[in-house]
Design a protein around this ligand. Structure first.
Ligand code: ATP
Ligand code: MG
Length: 428
């Protein structure tokens, strides 16, 4: 007889079934043991009666949490059981013992972080990781359906693209390289071959501040397009988020329910046009509606992004930031602004996408590099993209863990990735 997943056994709903998994909870008396088993799909209560098992019943007393086990028995509906079904066991086989699983009642954050490799088995992580998998799939799906090619850039890079303070240096034989903060500079060379390209790859940032939004290693979904104007770039950001959120709503109802996620902003994101405003308008709204005064030219801080996000239930697209708060490659626009945009998530989840139209003027790029203390000589390969057949182009980067954190409604970005990396956490 074939093993069924718990989910499929429950679909079968009656008759004989054979399942396998890990002990999630166990309790009982001298006559009866209740063992809840989990697999990747669900949990189910199994009942073991002394009358059925006779002397083998003693074996069950050693079956502790996280023991791996196979169980055969008769499944039936039971409203009182945790997942609405129960298996009356007729046979079982212990596969791997488990003594004193380190995660018991005490679930302090520190303990869970130290035992991350074991905490992955929790129902919470199981739900988040399923949503995460949907999101990665949906990103690939969106770009491929829009005619983008997947393109790969090096993780070991010779230039620092996003500026100095948060870059990781790597000793590379007799020289020094940097871990990629973004794929962008090599990607700008790639569009001259493939025109529309995307990737999902790790980016690295030596974030020294402890926030609930920053990892030092995160997955970055990035796109770059030849012949594209600012509006096209923004529309793809909106289209991508709508597709991802719709896909999760369609695929992960059960997980969102388990995570107790209220869906108002997610359904709005999937169905309504996003709010758009310029940076200058954002300052006006912050002053009028939130009583927050920001001097023109200062970047929006977390508090300001959060207050703005409370006013709407879709992401907000803020455009035309002051030139001096944005990266050297963004195209200049009127009044000392650039054609750059940030997408801010609803419900105080912060920036989820940063994008821009790219500057084409080579002299402008060189002078902005110098202003940032960089030597344009180190960027010769990049400057070639402006020398040989330059075209209008642009792109954006989306922090995949940022949207997982938002979509799952998590308190901290740490729980959106299996093994989080922060300044203080790199084991396990
Ligand atoms: P922030 O101001 O929040 O640090 P940023 O301006 O440094 O973000 P970008 O350089 O525009 O971010 O990177 C593109 C996207 O990558 C961001 O919109 C965000 O979603 C994500 N991101 C940036 N830094 C991190 C990080 N340390 N951990 C997780 N995601 C990040
Ligand atoms: Mg940053």
């Amino acid at each position: 007889m074939e093993y069924l997943s718990i989910e499929n056994a429950m679909k079968q709903a009656k008759g004989n079934v054979k399942i396998r998994g890990w002990v999630y909870r166990e309790r009982g008396s001298n006559k009866l043991r209740f063992i809840i088993i989990r697999d990747s799909t669900n949990i189910i209560q199994c009942v073991f009666e002394k009358d059925t098992f006779q002397e083998r019943f003693e074996e069950l007393k050693n079956v502790q949490i996280e023991t791996s086990i196979e169980v055969e028995g008769i499944i039936k509906k039971d409203e009182r059981a945790p997942s609405g079904f129960e298996i009356n066991a007729t046979n079982f086989k212990v596969i791997g013992e488990s003594a004193n699983f380190p995660i018991q009642k005490d679930q302090s954050q520190e303990l869970l972080n130290d035992n991350r490799h074991l905490w992955l088995r929790s129902r919470k992580m199981n739900a988040i990781l399923k949503v995460r998998s949907t999101i990665f799939g949906a990103i690939h799906e969106y770009f491929r359906s829009q005619g983008f090619y997947e393109f790969h850039s090096p993780t070991l890079q010779s230039t620092q693209s996003e500026g100095g303070s948060d870059v990781f240096e790597v000793k590379y034989f007799d020289t020094k390289l940097y871990l990629a903060q973004t794929w962008q500079l090599p990607a700008e060379a790639g569009i001259f071959s493939l025109e529309n390209i995307y990737t999902i790859a790790p980016s690295f940032r030596a974030e020294k501040s402890k926030t609930s939004r920053h990892l030092t290693e995160y997955w970055h979904a990035e796109m770059e397009m030849a012949w594209a104007d600012f509006d096209t770039i923004i529309s793809h950001g909106e289209g991508l988020l709508k597709h991802v959120v719709s896909k999760v709503l369609e695929t992960n109802k059960k997980e969102l329910e388990f995570l107790e996620r209220e869906l108002d902003d997610l359904t709005a994101t999937a169905s309504k046009p996003f709010v758009r405003m310029t940076y200058t308008d954002a300052l006006k709204i912050l002053k009028e509606k939130c009583n927050l005064e920001v001097e023109w030219g200062k970047d929006l801080r977390t508090v300001e992004e959060d207050e703005l996000s409370k006013l709407y239930n879709t992401p907000i697209i803020v455009t035309h930031y002051p030139k001096k708060v944005k990266a050297f490659y963004m195209k200049e626009s009127a009044n000392d602004t650039v054609l750059g945009c940030d997408f801010i998530a609803p419900k105080c989840y912060g920036e989820i996408i940063g994008g821009s139209q790219r500057e084409e003027n080579i002299d402008e790029i060189k002078s902005r590099l110098k202003e940032q203390g960089e030597d344009p000589k180190d960027y010769e390969f990049y400057l070639d993209t402006r020398r040989y057949g330059s075209v209008p182009h642009g792109g954006f980067g989306l922090g995949v863990e940022r949207i997982i954190t938002w979509i799952c409604g998590l308190d901290n970005i740490r729980d959106s990735i299996p093994f989080p990396r922060t300044m203080v956490r790199y084991y396990p």
